[in-house]
Design a protein around this ligand. Structure first.
Ligand code: SF4
Ligand code: SF4
Length: 99
């Protein structure tokens, strides 16, 4: 199934000037947001991005920016219950999905 999240809300940004076309973002993205074209990464569909942060964490050239971890359901619910900003306490330092 083609999953699309909320339209035009993803914070994902790609700096083509820093991109070397290594392809790591294509490998790690669970939603096939990127492709490599003419030796550079390209965003195919930004609305498919669930802001997991895997691409940013794995881009050795700091070509990707994304505010990760605030869009997952667990984070939103936890934030709601605590009356705080969204947080799910599953940071990458604990082996979780969010950075
Ligand atoms: S991981 Fe970074 S440098 Fe490599 S292709 Fe993706 S954006 Fe470009
Ligand atoms: S944040 Fe996650 S879903 Fe979004 S482009 Fe990066 S790896 Fe793909």
């Amino acid at each position: 199934m083609d999953q699309v999240y909320l339209k035009n809300v993803s914070t994902l940004k790609l700096d083509a000037g820093k991109c070397t076309g290594c392809g790591m973002c294509v490998t790690v993205c669970p939603h096939a947001v990127f492709e490599i074209k003419d030796k550079k990464a390209r965003i195919l569909d930004k609305d498919k991005c669930m802001e997991c942060g895997a691409c940013k964490r794995n881009c050795a050239f700091k070509a990707i920016e994304v505010s990760s971890g605030v869009g997952c359901a667990n984070a939103v619910i936890t934030g709601f219950l605590r009356g705080t900003e969204p947080t799910c306490d599953c940071g990458s330092d604990k082996g979780g999905c969010c950075s």
